[in-house]
Design a protein around this ligand. Sequence first.
Ligand code: DX5
Ligand code: ZN
Length: 218
Amino acid sequence: MGHVQITPSILNADFAALGAEVARIGSADWVHVDVMDNHFVPNLTFGPTMVEALARSTDIPLDAHLMIADADRHAPAYVEAGCASVTFHVEATAAPVRLAREIRAAGARASMALRPATPIDPYEALLPELDMLLLMTVEPGFGGQRFLDLVLPKIRRARELVAKHGVETWIQVDGGVSLETIGRCAEAGADVFVAGSAVYSADDPDRMVAELRAAAEA
Ligand code: DX5
Ligand code: ZN
C-alpha cells in the first residue's frame, strides 16, 4: 500500500466562503472538489470557473471528482482550471483510455471512478493508464451518506490487481469515510481517503484530518 493521503471534500463546506473553508484544512494532502451536473447525478455544484478561482486561492493541490455526463468532452477543462488530479466516471465516459491519456498529456494525474455496483475486473487492463482509481463507497451525488461495506471486497480486489500489474495506481475511497470506517478501507487496501461531512462537521476540521490520518495508519 502507498502512503496515506487525506483528501477533504468541500461538498459540505460553506460554498459562500470556499477560500476560507479550504484554509481550515491546511494539513490536507489534496482538496477534493465534487463537480455535479444534475444529469449523471441528481445534484448540481459548480463548474470550471469556480474551480479555477479555488485553485488560485490555495497551495493545496485540487483533486477534481467529475460526476458529470460526457466526461470525454468536459474533463480537459478541469486540467486547464488548475486541478492536479482529474477523476472521470467510467460509467460516463465513452473512451476512458483516450481520456486518461489526454489528461496526463495536459499535465494532470488521470483517475477513473467506479460507482459502488460497477465491477473492477473488466477494467483491469486500464490500470497502467491510471494514476488513481476511485472506488465510490456511496452512490455519488450527496455528502453525508452511510458507508457501503459491500464495496470492501472490490477495494481488496483492486489492491490485488495493482500489485499484479506492478503499477503505482493509488486507490481512493469516497463516501461515508469517517473515524469509524476509515480503518476498514485502509485494511482492504485503500491509500487515499476522501472525507466530506466527517471533516466539515468537526469543530476543528484540520484536527479531524490528523485524526483520520492516524486512524488510517493504525
Ligand atoms: C459524494 C461525493 C463525496 C462527498 C463525500 O457523491 O463524491 O466526495 O462529498 O461526503 P461524505 O464524506 O460526507 O460521504
Ligand atoms: Zn467525491
